[in-house]
Design a protein around this ligand. Sequence first.
Ligand code: MTE
Length: 326
Amino acid sequence: MSEPDMSDSEKTPGTPDPSRRDFLKNTALFGATVAGLGGGLELLTRRPGANAEGTEDLGELAQGRVIQPVGPFDTKEKVTAYRAMTTHNNFYELGLGKGDPARHAAALHTRPWTLRIDGEVRKPITVDIDTLQSWFPLEDRIYRMRCVEGWSMVMPWFGFPLAALLRRADPTGQAKYVQFTAVSDPKNLPGQRSRVLDWPYTEGLRLDEALHPLTFMAVGLQGRALLPQNGAPLRLVVPWKYGFKGIKAITHITLTRTQPPTSWSLAAPGEYGFYANVNPDVPHPRWSQATEQRIGESRRRPTLLFNGYAEQVAGLYKGMDLRRHF
Ligand code: MTE
């Protein structure tokens, strides 16, 4: 990952340029899915402010609901502008620049999409994304997101807890870790034709981290289906860890006995560890992690241990040396 580029994170992100056709297709499919679901539909109508008031001036891109912080895990901090969340991205399959994922969004084909869950489970699962979404009541989570590069956002996700999905696969007593693998489609994804990472992108969690109630599978952002640049159709969100743990466009989840390799720790083992817990006291070898640039703010703000979720997650790491297990 590149060194923090403040000129990049401070500048106003450009006009969103997702393929309109793909966006409409995506939204239509999502609408159809939600309409077929008691839980999701109820949630869409039950949440307050189901209109575009107060959102950024984005024309049709701002049709999502206004999400209010009502859940126990929701931050009340100001939600980042939708335009910034969808045009300032890291998604190397779609290019290395912050604006590339939005520009190349149409290259990610999100239907049909199959998720497979296997490994140390009693009930392996192979399911298409629309069926998967119908299994769970969909809920909102307003989380802080802190990138290892030193910028941050507040993002209103829409989805379901990872624990609900893993329980359905019924992990065996041997399962200790969870490995996630992202889409592999070098024919269409421009970034996968470069050797910047060993494709496909992979990530991992300890099983207890994966089962933590904060750990979330997102299918939407700000009440709308995820756009490709944000990891459609299914992406992981682990709000107390650096953003690179939040693997996008997931196709495969395997429960394992041993700690799985992860893309960034393979690419630069001295810089990116398996745990990647947000920690202002453990600098990246090339920059401090003490502060962050919240996108949309003028001044840097202090970074919080576990990204402000210490109360919920510090217990997972009791007795661990957080410098060694960075
Ligand atoms: N997932 C995949 N498949 N490929 C990627 O390059 N980048 C990661 C993460 N997930 C990445 C990925 C990084 S470095 C960050 S900071 C977050 O996605 C950014 O998420 P956002 O663009 O939705 O803010």
